[in-house]
Design a protein around this ligand. Structure first.
Ligand code: ZN
Ligand code: ZN
Length: 252
């Protein structure tokens, strides 16, 4: 099993998970054309996609998702709330998924996890095959017991480290938006990401990446500094996901 980020941040998110040459895409916050070129950069073929999962309706996750689903004629899974927001309810390719559900896709079991975020019915996903598990988690404002439970035992983790609270306070966002981002239904700060790592890391964890890093309210050095302060020597194992480029493939 392996996975790759095709881009991460407020301008677009997408992650590809592959198992025995079968694959599933989580989110597509890029245009179809942009996504296709990112897939090519990862030496992946859009026509191998067996499903597209969308976490929530925000444009940085949903923008090009249905266009890609139509291109490859694959089902698109998201919550009813997300489908309502996106106008997908009557689309022939839409398939409903609810928090707590376990999907059978591309030879993998994919769990849908309910998260606290300011969208209509947001979900995040954990994929498992042959006893290997990868958890993709972004766009949540607080660490609920449910989330911490759902992401235990992952061999690969792709987490959100969105903002540094001090930079957010002194940054360009108006107070109302600052409050939203830092609130319980906003995004994880670097320290919240570190706390999450502390609570779900285990000896089987092979790859840890942090993404959805704000360009205005965070800095890669702050992410690394905060995470290394919390998790100590394992800091070298943390890598950050770029917005404008794909990450490397990670095998688990
Ligand atoms: Zn987002
Ligand atoms: Zn969002």
């Amino acid at each position: 099993m392996r996975y790759i980020s095709l881009g991460s941040g407020s301008k677009g998110n997408s992650t590809l998970i592959e198992y025995r040459s079968r694959s599933v895409l989580i989110d597509c916050g890029f245009s179809r054309k942009n996504l296709i070129s990112r897939l090519q950069a990862a030496s992946a073929d859009a026509h191998c996609l067996e499903a597209i999962l969308v976490t929530h309706e925000h444009a940085d996750h949903a923008k090009g998702a249905m266009a890609v689903a139509e291109l490859v004629d694959s089902p698109l899974y998201c919550s009813v709330g997300t489908a309502i927001k996106m106008g997908w309810i009557e689309h022939r390719l839409w398939r409903p998924v609810s928090g707590g559900e376990l999907l059978d896709i591309a030879g993998m079991k994919v769990a849908a996890v309910t998260v606290p975020h300011d969208a209509k019915e947001p979900l995040q996903f954990v994929a498992e095959a042959s006893g290997r598990r990868v958890g993709v988690l972004s766009d949540l404002g607080s660490l609920t017991p449910h989330v911490i439970e759902a992401y235990q035992g992952c061999h690969g983790l792709q987490l959100e480290a969105n903002h540094d609270p001090e930079m957010l306070r002194n940054g360009p966002y108006p107070p109302s938006l600052q409050k939203r981002v830092a609130g319980p239904f906003g995004h994880l700060s670097n320290a919240q990401c570190a706390e999450l790592i502390q609570r779900i890391r285990w000896p089987g964890l092979l790859h840890l990446t942090a993404g959805h890093i704000s360009e205005k309210n965070n800095h890669p050095e702050r992410v690394i500094a905060t995470l290394s302060e919390y998790i100590g020597a394992a800091a070298e194992q943390v890598s950050l996901l770029p917005q404008d480029d794909i990450s490397g493939w990670r095998e688990i």
